[in-house]
Design a protein around this ligand. Structure first.
Ligand SMILES: Cc1cc2nc3c(=O)[nH]c(=O)nc-3n(C[C@H](O)[C@H](O)[C@H](O)COP(=O)(O)OP(=O)(O)OC[C@H]3O[C@@H](n4cnc5c(N)ncnc54)[C@H](O)[C@@H]3O)c2cc1C
Length: 380
């Protein structure tokens, strides 16, 4: 797909930043130590990437979904964790506020998020409510000018450094399933809020993930986000945009794997010739490249259609995530195969990319959940 000069320039800028700032040293440190790199985040924020998709009136760059996709793709091509640093404030963090925050809430929070001064995270998943997120057990009971929140969210990306979390809680227990759920802006410094210890993960180390527990936390009614009892639909709409981001991250990882595999297969000699001279290798490369290009076209067109409010864009977002994340896992597998035993050794980037990409068919809705969304729309 041919992009206009404007988007090609954006791509060039994202790529330059990623290639300059996501050094091998930083990538290895993130993976080894697992902690959040404030210095790296500050550089991302300084360049305006935390607000790429946040409107200008709230301190962001006002970019569209295609710009957001290109950023995720180019950042992930070098460093998926770097992409997540820039993605969260633009996607699941600010999404619910932009979708249904009132003016006071948006002005209070978004400029700080866009500038990287504050972190906001999205807390939907619970130990007993993963794919079935409507089964949330966290409760919020009205009490005077406040709601009192009790419950536990798990696997929350960025929780340890969060200033705010968007919390989904049951406000009407008489309503079954996903109905009767409301959204809240939780100030993470409120009494009764605690954060669990960081999970030990297979990949995307360097962006901590943990529980958020709430014990009789008093949240002011002014921090109810959107309509009472009707927050779940906003969660689902926010996830549409987020899914496009994960699709683009998957695309970037796959491209990074292909770049590495092409380079290595030309250099590595066995049986007196480069391994790429064997069709067993070169056909793998042809297959990887073709799948990547198919995903790229699907993702870019979905981004454009989403911004045009196309009727079925939520289905295309699910298709993009489903196809791209599964494709990237296949491509990463082949890249490691092409590297042979060296692909299993941490000195080689494909080893890390192979681990990092595994989560992409899991979070923000598993592959099976995307298939449910797609087939549900087709079979209704
Ligand atoms: C690193 C990481 C970061 C995360 N970050 C966040 C975050 O920031 N915020 C947040 O809210 N959540 C986050 N999550 C949670 C993530 O979104 C959930 O893990 C995911 O939605 C799946 O839920 P689950 O793990 O409970 O799996 P389950 O729902 O228990 O699913 C287990 C398996 O069963 C399958 N399955 C379930 N139901 C069906 C069905 N009806 N038909 C067919 N198959 C089905 C699933 O596809 C999966 O294969 C994160 C997870 C990870 C690992």
């Amino acid at each position: 797909m041919i992009l206009s000069a404007k988007y090609e320039l954006m791509r060039k800028n994202f790529r330059n930043f990623a290639e300059t700032e996501f050094t091998t040293e930083i990538q290895e440190k993130l993976d080894r130590e697992g902690g959040f790199d404030e210095e790296l985040f500050a550089k991302i924020a300084k360049n305006g990437f935390c607000g790429i998709k946040i409107p200008v009136e709230y301190g962001g760059q006002g970019g569209d979904s295609l710009a957001y996709v290109l950023m995720n793709e180019e950042f992930s091509r070098i460093c998926p964790v770097g992409a997540i640093y820039a993605n969260t404030p633009n996607s699941l963090g600010s999404g619910p506020l932009l979708a249904c925050g009132n003016e006071e809430q948006k002005q209070r929070i978004l400029p700080d998020v866009a500038a990287g001064r504050k972190h906001i995270v999205f807390a939907l998943t619970e130990p007993g409510a993963g794919s079935d997120a409507g089964g949330t057990l966290t409760t919020a009971d009205a009490d005077g000018d406040d709601f009192i929140l009790n419950g536990r969210k798990c696997f929350i990306s960025g929780a340890p450094m969060a200033d705010y979390a968007i919390i989904y809680a049951k406000t009407n227990r008489a309503l079954r399933g996903s109905r009767g759920i409301s959204m809240f802006i939780l100030d993470m410094k409120l009494p009764g809020v605690s954060v669990g210890k960081g999970e030990m993960k297979m990949g995307i180390n360097g962006y901590p993930t943990s529980d958020i527990s709430m014990e009789n936390v008093r949240v002011s009614k002014k921090d109810l986000l959107g309509p009472l009892d009707n927050g779940f639909i906003t969660a689902m709409n926010t996830l549409n945009g987020g899914r496009l981001g994960v699709a683009a991250q998957s695309l970037g990882v796959a491209q990074g794997c292909l770049d590495e595999a092409i380079k290595y297969s030309k250099e590595r000699k066995q049986f007196g010739k480069p391994i790429c001279a064997n069709q067993g290798i070169s056909f793998m490369i042809a297959e990887m490249a073709t799948e990547i290009e198919a995903a790229r076209t699907l993702i870019y067109t979905t981004a454009i259609e989403k911004d045009q409010d196309a009727k079925d864009s939520f289905v295309k977002c699910a298709m993009s995530k489903y196809y791209a994340s599964e494709m990237a896992n296949r491509v990463a597998y082949k890249a490691v195969q092409i590297f042979g035993g060296y692909g299993y050794i941490k000195d080689y980037r494909v080893e890390r990319l192979y681990r990092d990409v595994r989560v992409m068919s899991l979070y923000e809705g598993t592959t099976q959940v995307q298939q449910m969304v797609i087939s549900g729309a087709l079979l209704k």
